[in-house]
Design a protein around this ligand. Structure first.
Ligand SMILES: Cc1ncc(COP(=O)(O)O)c(C=O)c1O
Length: 401
């Protein structure tokens, strides 16, 4: 009976994760049953985003060895931030209370940090929640959403489910957003342009000066949503942020998360910065961060101040990323220079087979198909995890027979 119940719960959980986070959760869960969701699957259970954009899933009917390097979700391998952890632990005993005052304090502290007013901030249990709720608010009456191809699909998947058309614009050869082509794609039905900078799954950036001009011009016609989940990994991330455009009165929404450089992915805290009109629109279906638990609110307040941990994460990520890049080059691969906590490179093997073989070597990564190639996306873990990854990838891809 217990087993039966837990199986049902697992199936339900998988279903709801897929429904809400779209493709993003699927391969992570080793999920391949295409009857469960609205997502489009090919005959092998891989997720089809567009005519030339696919995500491979690994087979979940195999007994894999225990994972030694979990490099498939861009998590911080050094976290959580110690200050956040201590704040969480010190406040867990207050968990019988709602966090109303604390949520407001966190909102004020984030506003101060970002140089905007508290009315310009909306909190959410992870930025995914805000991406998806924005999609619902903006597309419940249809319209179209423009983004790069490939892009992070969370907002787009929910927009499509709400009835939107996705207008995808291929990235340029230098991997930046094709801002001119995106401008041309705007029409009278465009409700939102989604820009992920740095972009996921490619790890590449678009020039911030060009992006500022683009946002200034395009936000007169439609809302521009900039997802800055990985901006903290840049040395001068604060300078490259689009947040200051909110104070200029532009119709932009900037999403940020505590899941990456702060190491709090499991606590689920994110926020968006925008003009009050957009914040009010999103607040119609969110309750100002009510989805965030009280200890998590305390953790976020401290994580914001844990500069030492942020700097440590950035510099260790930089070192392990450089090691990964050089090792891949030495082994004859062709990685794309990354500005984030993950990296892609083309592989000469079918994606599902590759994922399964890596998983057999105790390493979990992601695999995609776009721009007519199959790609491995590896999250940057600790140096020893990256050593294991490099050894495995050479094993799997050079000893194919
Ligand atoms: C580009 C991007 N945006 C948003 C998110 C969502 O992060 P969270 O919901 O943990 O804040 C992710 C997670 O991987 C991401 O890669």
């Amino acid at each position: 009976m217990k087993n039966h119940l837990s199986m049902n719960r697992r199936a339900w959980l998988k279903k709801s994760l897929l429904t809400t986070t779209g493709a993003i959760a699927a391969p992570y869960l080793g999920f391949s049953n295409r009857n469960y969701t609205h997502l489009k699957f090919d005959q092998y259970g891989n997720i089809v985003h567009g005519s030339n954009f696919k995500e491979f899933t690994f087979s979940d009917k195999v007994n894999y060895p225990v994972l030694q390097a979990k490099l498939n979700a861009n998590e911080n391998p050094y976290g959580p931030s110690p200050m956040a952890l201590s704040a969480f632990n010190s406040n867990v005993s207050q968990s019988n209370r709602y966090a109303w005052d604390e949520l407001f304090e966190l909102t004020e502290e984030i506003a101060e940090f970002e140089g905007v007013q508290p009315e310009n901030i909306v909190l959410g249990p992870g930025s995914s929640d805000l991406l998806e709720k924005t999609a619902i608010c903006y597309f419940m009456d249809g319209g179209n959403v423009i983004s790069a191809d490939p892009a992070y699909m969370s907002l787009i998947k929910v927009a499509q489910e709400a009835g939107a058309e996705w207008k995808s614009v291929p990235l340029k050869k230098d991997w930046s957003h094709d801002l001119e082509a995106m401008k041309k794609a705007v029409d009278s039905d465009t409700k939102l342009i989604y820009i992920c900078n740095p972009n996921n799954p490619t790890g590449t950036i678009t020039d911030s000066a060009e992006l500022v001009n683009f946002c200034r011009e395009m936000s007169k016609k439609t809302t521009v949503f900039i997802d800055e989940a990985y901006l903290w990994f840049l040395e001068d991330g604060a300078k490259q942020s689009m947040v200051s455009l909110v104070n200029e009165g532009c119709d932009v929404i900037i999403a940020r998360t505590f899941s990456k450089i702060h190491g709090l992915a499991g606590l689920r805290i994110g926020y968006a910065v925008a003009n009050t009109k957009s914040i009010e629109k999103i607040q119609r279906i969110t309750r100002a961060g009510m989805g965030i638990s009280l200890p998590s609110v305390y953790a976020a307040k401290s994580a914001l101040k844990d500069v030492a941990f942020i700097e440590k994460s950035r510099s260790l990520n930089f070192k392990a990323r450089a090691y990964t890049y050089e090792t891949l080059i030495d082994a004859g691969f062709n990685p794309v220079e990354s500005h984030t906590s993950f990296m892609i490179f083309p592989i000469d093997m079918e994606g599902k087979e590759f994922l399964n073989k890596m998983r057999m070597n105790s390493v979990a990564v992601r695999a995609f198909e776009f721009m007519d190639k199959t790609w491995c996306r590896v999250s940057i873990g600790t140096l020893s995890e990256m050593e294991l990854f490099s050894k495995s990838v050479k094993d799997v891809l050079t000893k194919k027979a």
